[in-house]
Design a protein around this ligand. Sequence first.
Ligand code: COA
Length: 538
Amino acid sequence: MPRITSRIDPGSESFKVNRADMLARVSELRAIEAKVRNTENQAKEKFHKRGQLLPRERLMLLLDRGSPFLELSTLCGYGYHDDSDGSLAGGNSIIGIGYVSGVRCIVFVNNSAIKGGTASPWGVQKALRAQALALENKLPMVSLVESGGANLMYQQEIFIPGGETFYNQARLSAAGIPQVTVVHGSSTAGGAYLPGLSDYVVMVKKKAKVFLAGPPLLKAATGEVATDEELGGAQMHATVAGTADYLAEDDADAIRMAREIVAKLGWNAQLPPTERPAYAEPVYSPDELCGAVPVDYRKPYDCREVIARIVDGSEFTGFKDEYDAHTVCGWANLYGHPLGIIGNNGPISPQGATKAAQFIQLCCQKDTPILYLQNTTGYLVGTQPEQGGIVKHGAKMIQAVANATVPQLTVLIGGAFGAGNYGMCGRPFHPRFIFGWPNSRTAVMGGEQAAKVMSIVFGEKLARQGQVVDEEQLKAFCQPIIDQFDKESHPFNCSARMFDDGLIDPRDTRRVLGFALSVCREAKRRQVHPNTFGVARL
Ligand code: COA
C-alpha cells in the first residue's frame, strides 16, 4: 500500500502551539476524572468501616490484573442534575469493556460512593448504552450492584427510560448473552429486578438488600413490621426465595465467585481459533497527533495527517482521490484489521457525498469495517450545490451509512456540524463505537452562523414592524446565541449527554480503535445460543 507522506514538521512553531493547546484540553478532561476519583475516595473510610470495598476497588478485583480496560463515558452527566463542578460526573456508574477470567465483558459498576450509586437521568442513558454494546458485540455483562435505585429528585426523567434497562435485560438473556450480577448492597424497589432478571446472581451476606419495599415503606403501606434481612437479605434469597444462586462472605469473595462463573461460561472456547494478523506500527508516531491537528475546528488541515498516525505503516490506498478532494476515502489496516476510512477535508460536496456512498457500499461488499474521522461543517450549501443535487446526493450517503452491514466506528476529531454529523455516522446513526477528541464540537451549526441566521430573522421582523435595527442592537442580540452554542457544542457537554462513548486523548486513538475493532471482529465470529424467553428462575 502507498505510504502517506506527512507535510507536518514536528519542530515547527504551529506544531508546538497545537500540541500545547490539545494537551491543555486533555488535562482539563483528566482533571474532571480526577475530581470524581477524589469524591469516591472521600467515601473510603465509610465503606471500609462497614467491611465493604469501594466500587472502584471491586472493579479492580474483578478485572484480570494487567489487562486493558476501556472505560466509557467518564463525563456522563457532567454539569447536569446533582453535578455542579464535575466532582459527581460519570452518571454514578463505572462502565467499560475489560477482561474477567480471560473473557472480554461489559462491566457495569454502580458507583455507590457517589450519591448512593443512584441512577441519574444521564446515568440511565449510560446503562442503556452498556446494554446495547453487550447485545451488539455479543459481550457477557457483569454487574456489581449497590444502588439507591432511581434518584428520586429526578424521577420524571428516569422512571420511563429506566424501565428499558429491565426490558433489555430480558432481551439479552433471550439473545444468549449471559448476565452475571453481584449484589454488594442495596438493590431495592425497581432495582430489585436487576438481580431478578440476571442469569447468575451472587449476593453478599449481611450486605445485600433486595426487596420491592424496605421496612419503612412496608410499615407505611401495610403496617407489617419486618427487618431488612427478613425482607431481602442475601441469606434469605439464597435459602428461601431462591433469587440468589451464590452466597458470598464479603465483597472480595463475591467477586471471586463472579470470576469463577465467567470462567465456567466456556465463552472463549466457543470461538473458532483466531489468527492474530501481523502489523507494522505507523511510521509517524501517534504521539504527534496532538501537534498535527489545530484545536480550533475552523482551521483546516488534511485528515491524512491523522490517518498517517493511526494506521499500520502509515499506509493508505486512497479511493477516487481525483474525483473530490474534500471527502477523503480509502483503505488501510489497523493492528492488521482491514479498514475503510472516510475523513473530511472540508464540507461535503455532491461529489463527495456520492463518492462516500459508493465507498461505503464497496466496504460492505467486501465486508470491511468503516472508520469515520469526522471533521465537517456539514454538507455544502449554495445555488451551485443545490442545483448539483446536494440534497439527493447527501441523502444517498446518509442511506448508505444507515444501511451499512459492516461495523462502523466514528471518531470526532474536529467539527461535527449539521447533517454532516449524520452522514459521517454520528450518534444518531448508531456507530458501533463513537469516541470524541477533547477539541471536537457538535452542534447543528457553528454559533456565529446561528447568530447570523437569527439576526437576519430578527432584523426582518423588526423591519416589518417599521423599525430600524442598528449594529449595536444586532450585536447584543447575537452574543447570547454565540455563547449558548459555544457552551452547548463543547465536547464536555456533548459527552455529558452521551453523544459519544467517551472522550479520548488523541494519542490513544490507534489503541482504542484497535481494541474496538477486535471487539467487532470477535462478535462477528461468535455464534450465540438464543432462547425464547430468557433464562428464568423457575
Ligand atoms: N434518590 C436520591 N438521592 C439518593 C437516593 C435516592 N433514591 N438514595 C440515596 N441518595 C443520596 C443521599 O441523599 C446521599 O446524598 P449526599 O451524598 O448528597 O448526602 C447519597 O445518595 C448517599 O446516601 P447515603 O444514605 O448517605 O449512603 P449510604 O451508603 O449510607 O446508603 C442507600 C445508601 C442507597 C442504602 C440509602 O441511601 C437508601 O436507602 N436510599 C433510598 C433507597 C430507596 O428506597 N430507593 C428507592 C428508589 S426507587
